[in-house]
Design a protein around this ligand. Structure first.
Ligand code: ZN
Length: 317
């Protein structure tokens, strides 16, 4: 049995709260599946965006620290692009949609076995792609304003820039159940199986500057493991590989272990369950502030310091 089943989520450092909600639920049409706080710094929101259920492999999460936060810099030792998967038929629709809302993007390009992609950035400069392909069996979130066959189906891949890819590749292939499935020039694609939502692209960029954390950069990427037992087995494998990791942390919707991969990117191993409906109904996910038990006594303070925002946002519908 595989200990890693694919990507779980990507977590980014972002700026303004309303812009963050607008971009991911409005422009991109994802579902806000959880409104909570950063469990390690509770005065900041933690938003989870994904498909209807917040299925692992569809989830983008953000810590919106506010507009005053200093900008980060894309570069080496960083996950610079999170790519979302969309049906091939939807390319024209999405270019029109981005134009309609004045979201700049690069013209379509092709890579590897013919996947077509456009690069864009969110309002904070976070690197994103829309990858148009016919390989994705997943159903996107039906938000009732983007035609449901054109919706984002989930994450397609993540792109990590490295000085050299070999040590990260060794971690993925010897300890984390990945295989090299495609490559072209300086790009090496690894996956636990050949399906969108499971791809990790390592790109060699020896001439790039080092990435700097800040607004518009990724904080970490999480890989999915089935349960607490496989998570424990994964920790033993990290020990064998000589990688230091945290203890298991309770994130309420899953449990997590964190470690730095050899190229400098923070990786997380997150359990697939229990999921986002443990503290609210599926029909109203994300609509109210949900706090873990340890922060309930601070609720009044948090409601006061956390910025108010409108959801759903009408502007991008
Ligand atoms: Zn995480």
């Amino acid at each position: 049995m595989k200990l890693i089943t694919g990507l779980h989520h990507v977590t980014a450092i972002t700026g303004d709260t309303q812009e963050n909600i607008d971009f991911y639920t409005g422009v991109l049409g994802l579902r806000l599946v959880k409104t909570t706080v950063n469990f390690d710094y509770s005065d900041v929101y933690h938003f989870y965006f994904g498909d209807e259920f917040g299925t692992p492999g569809t989830i983008m999460t953000t810590f919106p620290y506010g507009k005053g936060l200093v900008n980060g810099r894309h570069g080496k030792g960083m996950l610079n692009t999170t790519a979302f998967s969309i049906s091939m038929d939807a390319l024209d629709y999405w270019m029109n949609r981005l134009n309609q809302f004045n979201i700049p993007f690069k013209q379509p390009q092709q890579r590897l076995s013919g996947e077509v992609f456009i690069y864009l950035e969110d309002f904070d400069g976070l690197g994103l792609e829309l990858v148009f392909n016919d390989k994705d069996e997943r159903t996107g979130y039906n938000n009732h304003f983007i035609p449901k066959d054109f919706a984002i189906k989930g994450i397609h891949h993540v792109e990590i820039w490295l000085n050299a890819y070999e040590r990260t590749a060794a971690l993925l292939t010897t300890q984390m159940d990945h295989q090299l499935i495609a490559e072209s020039s300086d790009r090496f694609r690894y996956a636990v199986e050949d399906a969108p939502g499971k791809y990790v692209d390592l790109v060699c960029t020896p001439n790039a500057l080092k990435g700097l954390a800040g607004r518009g950069t990724v904080h970490h990427v999480a890989f999915a493991t089935p349960d607490a037992q496989t998570q424990l087995e994964m920790m033993e494998k990290l020990n064998t590989f000589g990688l230091e990791h945290t203890e298991v942390k309770d994130r309420k919707y899953f449990t997590s272990v964190y470690f730095k991969e050899p190229g400098g990117v923070l990786f997380e191993i997150a359990t697939s369950g229990p999921g986002f409906d443990v503290d609210e109904e599926l029909a109203s996910l994300g609509e109210h502030l949900n706090l873990p038990q340890q922060f309930e006594e601070k609720r009044e303070h948090l409601v006061e310091v956390l910025p108010k925002f409108n959801y759903p946002t009408e502007k991008y519908r």
